[in-house]
Write a protein that binds this ligand. Structure first.
Ligand SMILES: *Cc1c(COP(=O)(O)O)cnc(C)c1O
Length: 455
């Protein structure tokens, strides 16, 4: 039992707060990191220690931790109208404006938006929309959802079923009818002698085989992150979406782009689908949508799904779905400001400007004998540790190499994230070249230290 008499922040955190997605042995030996505030891309803990956050919080705090304009938009809206719902035909003026803005910046000519409080709920909502409209059209069998292994779509029962991670087995998930294709990771999944183009062809064939095996009349939708994020920052192989989309279209299966990470600038484009040149049937957005200053998610439907959902709703005179805080006025005001800040105040430009500099550092670390792959897109990257570069053999998992690297980084004032055998970097859009230098200096020192211990 922990020392309950201790009044330290670490002991107090331990006593009454559950940790999610947290390595408990690390907590056991090091305690929680309890934070008080942030400045630009830095955060500070209760002991006054300063950390450069290489992960933008959880991908989302892209405008830094003290953006005065976004905080002011929140304060102004709290003064004006601090809360309301979006049921019964009522909604705030801010929500109306946000929907206009989201359709305007989307790849769609027209469309409609539905709001949630998180990315998980947005994916859940999209699945319910598909079930509802297919059912209304008489296709009650069209309920199966296809995603990819290693995909991350969230934690609610449905979005966790879409997530292709083994840890969901402890919950008895996935639910029936959630199918997972091969992870589109050429470096890991490509076969000996297979070119990247051949790998793409194989994945498209696997998709078509799955559709035919299951019966195309049973497939409700296909969801994909343009770049897999929490799966380890995995960009698709060349031509992937151009190969996948015609297969889906052949069987009338909607393609949903989960842009929770990629959306609003992360890849150097407004949307990941723009970066990879495809137009999906709908977009799932969250995280950067409010630059992390408010919990909010959105489903943005393109014209065809808008019309079909509209027809299904008219048939029963409503769309029976919504969260109490859907389209929250303060969240909407924050999102409007955050989008403006990202797109018009230089943040997206900064991502494009910094990307080559970031990539050069990544490639430099690839020269290390224990870094097997350096991959990424825009300002997101992963460095995958291997014991043996020649055959890509990972380190034994009980060595906890990536956790040790991340913990060593924390000791040196850098927060970064271990993910499988990789270290994930997704700096905020307020980073400068100096911040990039600081991040890689600290990371490189930690890599050298940990690899010397385990090699
Ligand atoms: C984070 C994430 C989600 C889930 O969002 P929450 O707000 O944590 O529920 C869904 N999809 C992707 C791609 C994500 O990165």
């Amino acid at each position: 039992m922990k020392d309950q008499s201790s009044n330290s922040w670490e002991a107090r955190a331990d006593a009454h707060s559950f940790y999610g997605f947290t390595d408990l042995p690390t907590i056991e030996s090091r305690g929680a990191t309890v934070l008080t505030h942030g400045e630009g891309p830095y955060v500070f803990d209760v002991h006054g220690r300063k950390f450069l956050d290489a992960n933008s919080g959880l991908w989302n705090m892209v405008a830094g931790f003290d953006h005065a304009g976004i905080a002011q938009a929140a304060k102004d809206q709290y003064d004006r109208f601090p809360g309301y719902h979006a049921f019964f035909g009522r909604m705030s003026d801010q929500t109306v404006m946000l929907s206009e803005k989201l359709v305007e910046v989307s790849p769609f000519d027209t469309g409609k938006v539905f709001y949630t409080n998180s990315g998980s709920e947005a994916n859940d909502t999209m699945v319910k929309m598909l079930w509802f409209l297919h059912g209304s059209e008489g296709n009650t069998e069209r309920r199966k959802i296809i995603t990819r292994k290693n995909a991350y779509h969230g934690v609610t029962a449905v979005s966790a079923s879409m997530t292709g991670k083994p840890y969901n087995a402890v919950f008895g998930l996935p639910l029936p009818g959630f199918l997972h294709l091969t992870c589109p990771h050429y470096w890991r999944e490509g076969r000996p002698g297979e070119t990247e183009a051949q790998f793409t062809v194989r994945l498209a064939k696997e998709l078509e085989d799955m559709i035919l095996d299951e019966g195309s009349e049973t497939i409700g939708g296909f969801f994909a992150e343009p770049v897999l994020g929490a799966g380890g920052v995995i960009p698709p192989p060349a031509g992937y979406f151009q190969a996948i989309q015609p297969v889906l279209q052949k069987y009338d299966i909607p393609l949903i782009s989960d842009e929770v990470i990629c959306g609003f600038g992360r890849t150097g484009y407004t949307w990941g689908c723009e970066a990879y040149n495809f137009i999906p049937d709908a977009i799932i957005s969250s995280k950067n949508l409010t630059a992390g200053y408010f919990p909010m998610g959105a489903v943005i439907l393109g014209p065809e799904l808008t019309n079909r959902l509209q027809a299904a709703s008219e048939a029963i005179e409503e769309f029976p779905h919504g969260f109490t805080a859907s389209g929250h006025p303060v969240g909407s005001a924050i999102a409007l400001k955050a989008i403006d800040v990202i797109m018009n105040e230089g943040l997206a430009d900064n991502v494009r400007k910094l990307t080559p500099y970031f990539e050069n550092h990544m490639q430099r670390l690839l020269e290390h004998p224990n870094i097997g792959e350096a991959r990424g897109k825009g300002l997101m990257g992963a460095l995958e540790a291997v014991q043996d570069k020649s055959n890509k053999m990972p380190f034994a998992s009980n060595l906890s190499v990536s956790e040790r690297i991340a913990n060593t980084c924390t000791d040196h004032g850098l927060i970064c994230r271990p993910l499988g055998q990789s270290i994930v970097l997704c700096p905020s859009f307020v980073f400068t070249e100096n911040h990039i230098d600081e991040m890689f200096e600290k990371l490189e020192a930690a890599l050298k230290q940990v690899f010397a211990e385990v090699a």
